[in-house]
Design a binder for this molecule. Structure first.
Ligand SMILES: Nc1ncnc2c1ncn2[C@@H]1O[C@H](COP(=O)(O)OP(=O)(O)OP(=O)(O)O)[C@@H](O)[C@H]1O
Ligand SMILES: [Mg+2]
Length: 236
């Protein structure tokens, strides 16, 4: 098991955001975390990367208890995170944004020698954009940069928050292929928060549905597609 979350409770102010939330990701898997707006997808990913702290429960990564580890420690252990709103620095170029991961690790030498070909291999479109300011990118291009930045430190687990949200069907297709290439050629497992089952079903081996902070269903995307009641929680 690469990642295991057990019985996470997360409260922020007076809101209970996650309730006994449990899920796992095996090595080599692409897993989708589905649910409607406000269900708790982003909060689950933030608990995994250490931006939110649970009051109860346990997070295990590569057989180590990381429940109270810093975000930086988790990144250095091999968790990559591409946030929902991309969070690029608008006045930095594409290349500089991608290299930010190295500065987090205080590994400037590696940043200087980072081979951009790795990012281009996953997203060929970045080849023509790498000197452009992030401010001047489309939403889809920003998402490519955010994913590439998360990949720069060779993560074993990639957390993607709504990486396909708002993209045209053609771009969704190319992102699905890119995520499959990330697994195949870079060997990373992927946990993908998505509100759209049709995007997730293109590539996920397994899926969870979260509803009001609780895991409501665990199975395959195909099982969800065949179940009208489950579709009301994730369909669009
Ligand atoms: N920092 C916070 N302070 C207060 N409430 C929060 C905070 N973060 C999340 N919440 C609440 O927790 C619930 C789950 O939010 P979360 O962002 O995890 O949902 P989501 O499934 O990612 O939704 P979306 O599809 O809109 O991205 C929501 O009711 C949200 O308002
Ligand atoms: Mg979200």
């Amino acid at each position: 098991m690469l990642l295991k979350i057990e019985d996470l409770d997360c409260r922020i102010a007076s809101s209970q955001i996650l309730r006994a939330c449990s899920l796992n990701v095996e090595r080599g898997e692409i897993v989708s975390l589905l649910g409607r707006n406000g269900a708790g997808k982003t909060s689950t990913l933030k608990n995994i990367i250490g931006l939110y702290s649970p009051q109860n429960g346990k997070i295990t990564f590569k057989d180590k208890d990381i429940t109270t580890a810093s975000s930086r420690a988790r990144v250095l252990m091999g968790i990559g995170y591409s946030p929902e709103d991309s969070r690029l620095f608008p006045e930095l170029t594409v290349a500089e944004n991608i290299k930010l991961g190295f500065w987090i690790s205080k590994d400037t030498e590696r940043a200087e020698s980072f081979d951009m070909e790795k990012a281009f291999h996953i997203f060929p479109a970045l080849k023509n954009l790498y000197n452009r300011l992030a401010n001047n990118l489309s939403g889809g291009e920003k998402k490519m940069v955010a994913i590439s930045r998360a990949l720069a430190l060779n993560p074993s687990l990639l957390l993607l928050d709504e990486s396909m949200e708002g993209l045209s069907p053609r771009v969704v297709k190319s992102f699905s292929e890119a995520i499959k290439t990330i697994r195949k050629d870079l060997g990373a497992s992927v946990l993908l928060a998505e509100s759209n089952i049709y995007n997730a079903s293109r590539l996920a081996d397994r899926a969870y549905i979260i509803e009001r902070g609780e895991i409501y269903f665990e199975g395959t995307p195909q099982q969800i597609l065949q179940d009208k009641q489950l579709l009301t929680l994730v369909g669009k």
